[in-house]
Design a protein around this ligand. Structure first.
Ligand SMILES: [Fe+2]
Ligand SMILES: [Fe+2]
Length: 290
């Protein structure tokens, strides 16, 4: 028998688990911040394994790890901003029942806490990615803003948007020995809250799958396939100018090398695999590569 007999019970349980609230900014031991240490495990870097990159001085590779982590945080700020906007709109325009309202307010507060934690790192380190150096993700942006909040496709997109960064956070936590401890603290704080958010999205997806028509699920698959590729691209590959911020020019050449880097492709495959499996178990056979 299921541990949670109804979806309301699970939602109430998840909201309860968010109490007491622990501010993510307060969970991080900021005095351990270092700018001469890796911010991502070396194996997670987009250029790891390429001879021309591995021959560079270690400080140069460390600097790229910092900018790739900042790229990851920038993508997170954009994505969390979109979640918060949708949650806030749902509170203003609909009247969810009290169980759902309570859960959504917790999620709103937690996402705001994550984004504040990202900004805190930028503030304290003095490192950030200027707006003109960030990637744009037009389909994900449009979909995130306008897809119906209660639809299956919307919650699948939320699941992918939560899962893709969460898998990288898990990797950082597991392979954090050589990584600045502040980054490991950040990934840990984020993972704890995301486990609830992912659980909630899965619950809503499973409810909606009960009465989805086969022809509709084909259309949904097409959309989430494209969204998945955009999310992977934005989280795992910085835009070309980011390489230049890290002192690697010309950025376009390094980005082209990263896209062909077999080590990085295998790394992404291992991170994304469990998410694809989750989707396959629900009837959506999607791939992150063409
Ligand atoms: Fe978050
Ligand atoms: Fe989340």
């Amino acid at each position: 028998m299921s541990r949670f007999p109804s979806s309301d019970d699970l939602t109430a349980h998840l909201a309860q688990s968010s109490t007491p609230y622990h501010d993510p900014v307060g969970r991080v031991r900021w005095d351990r911040l270092r700018v001469d240490q890796y911010w991502l495990p070396p194996e997670a870097l987009s250029l790891h394994g390429l001879p021309e990159f591995m021959q560079l001085p270690e400080l140069q590779r460390i600097r790229l790890s910092q900018y790739e982590f900042l790229n990851f945080l920038e993508a997170g700020l954009w994505l969390e901003g979109m979640f918060m906007e949708r949650i806030a709109r749902s509170l203003a325009h609909r009247s969810p029942d009290r169980v759902a309202l309570r859960y959504r307010l917790h999620e709103l507060r937690e996402e705001a806490g994550h984004s504040l934690m990202f900004l805190e790192l930028m503030e304290r380190s003095g490192l950030y990615i200027p707006a003109h150096c960030r990637r744009s993700v037009p389909l994900a942006h449009l979909f995130g803003r306008y897809a119906p909040l209660e639809s299956l496709a919307f919650w699948l997109a939320v699941l992918i948007g939560e899962e893709i960064p969460d898998r990288l956070n898990r990797y950082i936590r597991r392979h954090g020995q050589a990584v600045c401890p502040v980054v490991v603290d950040m990934s840990t704080a984020h993972m704890i809250d995301e486990a609830r958010h992912i659980n909630y999205a899965r619950q809503l997806i499973d409810e909606r799958l009960k009465d989805v028509r086969p022809w509709r699920s084909v259309g949904v698959r097409t959309v989430i396939q494209r969204l998945l590729r955009q999310f992977v691209s934005v989280f795992y590959y910085p835009a070309a100018p980011v390489y230049e911020l890290a002192g690697l020019g010309p950025g376009r050449r390094w980005l082209a090398a990263a896209r062909k880097n077999a080590h990085h492709l295998a790394f992404i495959e291992s991170c994304v695999g469990p998410t694809l499996q989750l989707l396959r178990e629900r009837g959506f056979d999607v791939r992150w590569r063409k």
